[in-house]
Every structure is written in structure tokens, then in C-alpha cells.
Design a protein around this ligand. Structure first.
Ligand code: URA
Length: 441
């Protein structure tokens, strides 16, 4: 009797995982198919997710789960793209505006980038919300328009169609309400199913580690990076993961238009050094995987030249114009929305900034209007904050730590309280973790 013809006994499958057993590829596939077809009830899938949360999954199980999720929907067909396609993904952080820099940077170095991005939720921002701060910028592109644009300007950043990986949407919603989000195999399969369905030949992942990230420690981030790279390998896609620090926010700005402005500064060579360094590292890996340079050193030289020559900024402008946005923002950030209210948060004591809790800063930006507590909330493109002091900086009592931006003066008090609480100021020299904490290949 063939295994696939036997009835699916979900109860036994949950029991096996609960007791630490390994599921077969066929069992995982039939569970996901049954869930998407609404033949397996949510209660059983929720129990399965909790069993995975506690027992984990082997590499083979995680790959099987990911591929079953990919097969739940359509895949992007990038065969008409001329040139090597490389995707980039961040596991999410605070002030993480690498995509608007790295995507045009890699494209200007000869790599083709079709980047499907998401929206912000909770304390982390989303690339689509950031780019939509540019007047007129469209993030809904048909697959044909996306491919045509990538052939014309080298890159595109757009929203993901609901037809890609519907299993992830349903599983994520269930994880969200059953306290099963923070699981390495579940996060890895969720991220990688979307990357595999998006169709690029190679993938560069930025896996964040620290207070502002899903993974709070470098070890946990390395475990997630290893799981995702393993899935990429099992699916025949070259995948590299950069593990990067997310203790304090990346760069200075947090909030949609404010982050676009900082990304543009970086493309002009004047951005904050941590953001610039991370973008060059990610860009160099994309260039190697896209075969536009033979090794990392040559790739680094190439992306540095593309940044300093203004080539990456020109590609950004072309991408904005192709997606209906006002290309003049590239030279004139005054065209971006600006908040009516700008209020400083000042230091209460003298000392050194010992830590800035990135998650708390992200939540403060959300309170000011930059993010959403629920998926249906609207964001204020102009809202957010700009840090003026970062870890290791000296401050005197009364010195501005950060400037809040909001359209609603009634939000300033809570925003200021949260930002002040996010700063730890005292005596001594704080440890500053390396920005790039490891590369997993
Ligand atoms: N991002 C995703 O796409 N999925 C997760 O599970 C976590 C972060």
C-alpha cells in the first residue's frame, strides 16, 4: 500500500513530534496540504506548531516543511530576467534601512535584484512602508512589470502577491496567536519559503542578533542563519547569511521618511558608518553570488566604487522613477513628508551612553505613528525619531539624546518617556559588539 494513499492521521503525527520523533517528508507535506485546503483543523495545526516549538526539527524536516510551504502557492518566474538574480532579506530590526541602499547598490554593480518586501509590524519597520513615504512610489507591481523593470534599471522592490506561499500567511497568523513565533525551524521555513518562491538564483540573508531582533543572542542568530542556509542548500540556491548586531538601532533614524532620508545620505556617501559598513558587506556578498566579482575582496572594492561614484544613487533614482515615485527625492530630501512636531528628548544626567534598547526605541517610534500594532493600522510616513547619541557617546545633563517626529503633539509625552527609558547612561566604557558577528555559508 502506498504511503500517500493511507489516511492522514494528524493525531499520530502530532504525537510523534510531541515525543521527539522525526516526521517524514510525506507526512509534513500532507499536513501542510491538508491545512491549506482547510481539511486539517487549526486546533491540530496549533498543537503541531507547539510540538515543533519544544522539540525542534531536523534539517531534513525543516527543508521538507519549507518546500511544502513553497508548493502551496505560485512561484515567481524570473527566467526572462537577463543576468544573475540575487535576493536579499533581513530578519528585521530597528532602523534597518539596508534594502533601499543595498538593492540599488548591488544592481549598479551588475546584479539583478527582484526584491519582494513586507510591511512593518510591532517594533520592526518594513521596507514597503519606508519606500511608500516617497510621494507616488508604487509597491504593487505585476510579475511582468517587475521583470521588465529589472531588465531596464537592474532592480525593483515590491510587495509580495498573496498567491505566493499562502501556507505561510495562515501558519504565521496561527503562530502569532499561539506563542510559537520564536522557533528556529518555524522562522527559517517561513522566511525561506518566501525567498524560494520569489525565484532568485541566490540569496543573501541579514540575520539580526540582539535586543531589537527576534534572536536575542549571537548564538541564537547563528542557529537561525545555519537553518536558513541549510534550506537554501537543500533547494539548490546559493545562500549566505551575515549575522549582524541589533542591540542598538542601526544608524540614527527610525521611521519611514526619516529612514529613506538616511538611506539617501548613505547612497551619497554621507550616511552613518554602521549602516554604510553593513550595506557594503551585504552588497559585496550579493555581488559575489551574482558572479559580478570573483571574490569578496574584489566585490568590496567594486561596491565601494559604485557607492562613491554615485552609480548606486543613480540606480536608486531610476528605480523610484520606474515605480512612479518622485525621482527628485534622490537629490532633495525636502520632498519627503516632514512631521509638524519635532521635540527633543534630553539627558537627565551626565555620563556615557552604555546601552540603547533597540526594541524600546522601535516601540517609541510606533507610538509616535511610524509603525503598526495591528496589521490593519495605518502608518504616518513622517513619524519616528532621530537619535543624536549612540552607545559609547558622552552626554551632559540637558543634552539632546534624540529628536521625536510626529504629526500629533499628544503623542510626544509617551514617546519621550519611552525613548528616555531606552537609554542607559552611566559611568564606564560600554562593550560595543562587532557590527558583523559572523558569516554563515
Ligand atoms: N519573518 C518572517 O517572514 N517569518 C517569521 O517567522 C519571522 C520573521
Amino acid at each position: 500500500m502506498s504511503g500517500s494513499a493511507a489516511p492522514l492521521r494528524v493525531y499520530e503525527l502530532i504525537q510523534k513530534k510531541r515525543d521527539g520523533g522525526a516526521l517524514t517528508e510525506g507526512e509534513i507535506r500532507r499536513l501542510i496540504e491538508g491545512f491549506v485546503r482547510e481539511e486539517v483543523p487549526e486546533a491540530q495545526v496549533a498543537a503541531f506548531l507547539m510540538a515543533v516549538y519544544f522539540r525542534g526539527m531536523s534539517d531534513a524536516e525543516t527543508a521538507a516543511l519549507t518546500l511544502a510551504m513553497v508548493d502551496s502557492g505560485e512561484r515567481m518566474d524570473l527566467r526572462a530576467v537577463r543576468g544573475p538574480t540575487v535576493d536579499k532579506h533581513s530578519t528585521g530590526g530597528v532602523g534597518d534601512k539596508t534594502s533601499p541602499v543595498v538593492v540599488p547598490l548591488a544592481a549598479s554593480a551588475g546584479v539583478r535584484v527582484t526584491k519582494l518586501s513586507g510591511r512593518g509590524l510591532g517594533h520592526t519597520g518594513g521596507t514597503l512602508d519606508k519606500l511608500e513615504a516617497i510621494p507616488g512610489f508604487r509597491t504593487q507591481l505585476s510579475p511582468e512589470a517587475l521583470v521588465a523593470q529589472v531588465n531596464r534599471v537592474g532592480c525593483a522592490i515590491a510587495g509580495q502577491s498573496a498567491r505566493l506561499v499562502p501556507a505561510d500567511k495562515r501558519l504565521y497568523a496561527l503562530r502569532d496567536v499561539t506563542a510559537t513565533v520564536e522557533s528556529v525551524p518555524l522562522i527559517a521555513s517561513s522566511v525561506m519559503s518566501k525567498k524560494l518562491a520569489a525565484g532568485s538564483e541566490a540569496i543573501v540573508l541579514d540575520v539580526k542578533a540582539g535586543r531589537g531582533a527576534f534572536m536575542k543572542t549571537p548564538d541564537a542568530a547563528r542557529a537561525l542563519a545555519g537553518a536558513m542556509v541549510g534550506i537554501g542548500r537543500a533547494a539548490g540556491r546559493h545562500t549566505v547569511a551575515v549575522v549582524s548586531a541589533m542591540e542598538e538601532p542601526l544608524g540614527w533614524a527610525v521611521g519611514n521618511a526619516l529612514e529613506v532620508e538616511e538611506a539617501l545620505k548613505t547612497l551619497r556617501g554621507a550616511g552613518p558608518s554602521d549602516l554604510r559598513d553593513l550595506c557594503l558587506t551585504l552588497g559585496a556578498h550579493m555581488v559575489v553570488l551574482g558572479r559580478a566579482a570573483t571574490d569578496e575582496r574584489a566585490a568590496r572594492t567594486l561596491v565601494e566604487e559604485r557607492l562613491s561614484s554615485g552609480a548606486a544613487l543613480r540606480t536608486f533614482r531610476d528605480m523610484v522613477e520606474a515605480q512612479g515615485g518622485d525621482p527628485d527625492v534622490a537629490d532633495d530630501p525636502g520632498k519627503l513628508p516632514r512631521a509638524k512636531v519635532q521635540a527633543p528628548v534630553r539627558a537627565a544626567i551626565d555620563g556615557t551612553v552604555l546601552a540603547i534598547d533597540a526594541e524600546a526605541v522601535g516601540q517609541a517610534a510606533m507610538v509616535l505613528g511610524a509603525g503598526r500594532a495591528r496589521a490593519e493600522d495605518r502608518v504616518d510616513p513622517a513619524a519616528g525619531l532621530v537619535l543624536e547619541r549612540k552607545v559609547g557617546d558622552r552626554v551632559e545633563r540637558g543634552r539632546t539624546l534624540a529628536v521625536l517626529h510626529t504629526s500629533d503633539p499628544g503623542l510626544v509625552e509617551e514617546g519621550a518617556r519611552r525613548v528616555a527609558a531606552a537609554y542607559r547612561i552611566g559611568a564606564g566604557t560600554p562593550p560595543k559588539p562587532a557590527l558583523v558577528q559572523g558569516i554563515v555559508t
